[in-house]
Design a protein around this ligand. Structure first.
Ligand code: FRU
Length: 464
């Protein structure tokens, strides 16, 4: 349990932690990171009255996860950010062990937030089938005030064959109905999405479930459902999918099903699950549509329960968010590309010819018209190479347990690399494939014998 008072009583501790964060040589330049403490999933993404609001799972007083709140930053232009007060504290009986993930839906000039109140009962439970509550809670707000918390659904409202893991609500509106998609784990340990329906955003009734007819993990977290170019997509994070050489290489996955669904008739057909990212640190993506009709995705640049670590713990913080990415559809597949505002970070343009070295960590680099295989040094000890239809990201010796990721790609035409002090986002073929990873090299050294790059030095984003 953490409430406003406890947080304020710990002002000194938090200030010390903040001072430590600023000393970290791995501090980021253009990624959103926590002021101090631990960050995970993006939550409640929305544009409201001309301002973008980005909330996130946050443990301000601990560089490891504990007492999860909703942190909050806001921006008008994705360059200048304001660090806002904590938005949701886990401070009442229905969310006392964590204000878990959720989303925002704007209606009648108000933001309707839906999130999961995590409650653990005292006693010797497994906390999966017993001893836990996952309450779906609503807050109607203007983005800033932590207003009244209203219980919308609790354990008794979930189907009887569910475990107590039912969380991460996301709303989709269609034909006068509001549909709430929630991630779940059944008592048979099968991951699935539950769909609830409402006319008024207050009273939700169980509507249908979406699942595979084959084995695809024991839990599906953080579902998201949306339409682009008249095509429907269901994003989710399955846990318990078997690793393969070229896919599903992380402990947990993030990806999407193209889906043909008739929400009224409760019928659906899932297409092939495709991963959204092939790097080491990408999880719990969330999307929202802005006033320019862009579907923007932001994800947690981290991975729960991974064996690899982050040396930033020495400076009292962990994790960051990805840069915002615009989603588009190409040949039925989702592509992700940095939103155009990212170009405003550019400072100097350098033409980096093959064989030339660039000795800084922070840059954007773009190679086009790629014809053959190649090797790129992203850092002195980190490489990205492409041979015989396989792209290999090799994290070298200094990546705190991150080793190699391999992706099958028939042909590579272009690569855009966003490199921050301790983060890499690599976009291949205009966002058809993406690899996102934290990286902790001591020496820079961007270099390729094979490719020429348009390289841009980058300004930092600002936080006030
Ligand atoms: C995903 C997740 C969510 C949950 C949140 C808790 O990373 O496990 O399912 O709501 O994190 O922080």
């Amino acid at each position: 349990m953490l409430d406003k008072k406890i947080f304020e009583d710990n002002f000194e501790k938090f200030s010390e932690m903040k001072d430590n964060v600023k000393k970290d040589p791995y501090l980021l330049s253009f990624h959103i990171y926590p002021e101090a403490g631990w960050l995970n999933d993006p939550n409640g993404l929305c544009e409201y009255k001309g301002r973008y609001h980005i909330y996130y799972q946050y443990s301000p007083l601990d560089e490891n996860k504990s007492d999860t709140c909703w942190g909050h930053v806001s921006t008008e232009d994705f360059l200048n950010y304001k660090r806002e007060d904590i938005f949701i504290y886990p401070d009442f009986k229905l969310d006392k062990d964590g204000a878990y993930s959720g989303s925002a839906f704007i209606k009648d000039d108000k933001i309707n937030f839906f999130y999961t109140g995590n409650v653990k009962h005292d006693g010797d439970y497994d906390f999966i089938k017993e001893g836990r509550e996952h309450n779906t809670i609503r807050i109607v707000s203007d983005a800033y005030n932590d207003s009244e918390k209203i219980l919308i659904l609790d354990n008794d409202d979930y189907p009887k064959d569910m475990t107590k893991h039912v969380r991460d609500p996301k709303i989709y509106e269609k034909d006068g109905y509001y549909y709430m998609f929630i991630g779940a784990r059944s008592i048979e340990y099968k991951g699935l999405v539950l769909v609830y329906r409402s006319k008024d955003l207050e009273n939700f009734t169980y509507h249908m479930r979406i699942e595979t007819d084959y084995d695809f993990g024991f839990m599906w977290e953080c579902p998201d459902f949306f339409t682009i170019d008249s095509k429907d997509f269901l994003i989710l994070c399955p846990q318990g999918v078997e690793n393969e050489t070229y896919r599903y290489q992380n402990i947990y996955q993030s990806g999407y099903f193209p889906i043909e669904i008739d929400l009224n008739e409760k019928t659906y057909k899932l297409g092939e699950f495709t991963e959204l990212d092939y790097g080491f640190d990408f999880y719990a993506p969330q999307t929202f549509e802005d006033s320019n009709s862009r579907r923007i995705l932001i994800a947690w640049m981290g991975m729960p329960d991974a064996i690899y670590t982050n040396p930033t713990v020495n400076y009292k913080w962990q994790h960051c968010l990805t840069i915002p990415r615009k989603l588009s559809v190409k040949n039925g597949k989702l592509c992700q590309n940095p939103i155009s505002e990212m170009e405003n970070l550019r400072k100097d343009h350098i033409t980096l010819k093959s064989g030339e070295n660039y000795e800084d960590f922070v840059f954007e680099a773009l190679a086009k018209n790629i014809k053959y295989s190649f090797e790129i040094n992203l850092r002195s000890d980190v490489s990205l190479s492409y041979n015989d239809g396989i792209l290999v990201l090799d994290m070298g010796d200094s990546s705190f347990g991150r080793d190699i990721r391999q992706v099958k790609i028939d042909k590579i035409n272009d690569i855009r690399i966003y490199s921050d002090k301790s983060a890499l986002e690599i976009f291949v073929n205009e966002g058809e494939y993406v690899l996102t990873s934290r990286v902790y090299s001591e020496n820079a050294g961007f270099y390729s014998e094979d490719l020429d790059f348009d390289l841009y030095t980058l300004n930092s984003i600002d936080f006030i």
